[in-house]
Design a protein around this ligand. Sequence first.
Ligand code: G3H
Ligand code: 13P
Ligand code: ZN
Length: 311
Amino acid sequence: MALVTSTEMFKKAYEGGYAIGAFNVNNMEIVQGITEAAKEVNAPLILQVSSGARKYANHTYLMKLVEAAIIETNLPICLHLDHGDTFELCKSCIDGGFTSVMIDGSHHTFEDNIALTKKVVEYAHERGVVVEGELGRLAGIEDAVNVSDADAAYTDPAQVEEFVSKTGVDSLAIAIGTSHGAYKFKPGQNPQLRFDILEKIEQRLPNFPIVLHGASSVIPEFVDMINNNGGKMPDAIGIPEDMLRKAASMAVCKINIDSDLRLAMTGSIRKYFAENPSHFDPRQYLSPARTAIKELVKNKIVNVLGSNGKA
Ligand code: G3H
Ligand code: 13P
Ligand code: ZN
């Protein structure tokens, strides 16, 4: 098995009413935890790399880790650039062996977003690589993704056909109320996704794969594990799992998860050190962290995404 694009995965996911998990990877333990989980439940996977991950771990290391995961699992895996912000970054990932890239032109005007996305699509398609575009803006804060609440704007369904037909993108990320990071909603807020907007988009783009960013549920078990072991995270609420299940049964074929992986890994490491303050062998605290990621991903695949048994 070699790296694959997401084309076949999305076609089956759309027809089957489930979604493919797109998990962010930054190091070996994260790649191993995710792919071992997917192997156990026979799920196709998208592993995605942000520009921050690429700076942290280096393109070649990440490529080789993902290639190793394919050898070990024999699963269909798509390697995707998350939030590419320039043509040059997308080109570098395409030339370097990625099978999918996102060009996130959502901070540009509609016209400039179309022009930039189209340029990436032309380069990618000539080389057999698929492209995700984005319309609408998510709130939230990540290293390289910072949009204030005030700037967040839902996707306008009236724009989607023109965007897709003029750019030729293979999938479209939309903003319907999710947001990046661990602080999506404050306690007392009632998280709601705009399924009415998703329905309108679905009607205008029949059989077209939609992508949901910012879809971590901010699982309380891991926030508590951090806070009960010396951490100080403010209370936060993520995207409820039943809403993700509903989105997956509709046109959403790719669901992006990063923050939940970070919380699971950090919670597990904090707990380990609280219980074993004298230990200093990284293998000792990275093993349970990898297992925490594996269990989290298995749970997402089986109970939220529905992609188990679909590889
Ligand atoms: O949406 C962004 C991802 O969570 C990646 O975050 O840029 O901090 O690697 P990062
Ligand atoms: P979360 O921060 O909700 O995990 O979203 C990740 C994401 O959208 C990566 O592109
Ligand atoms: Zn994102």
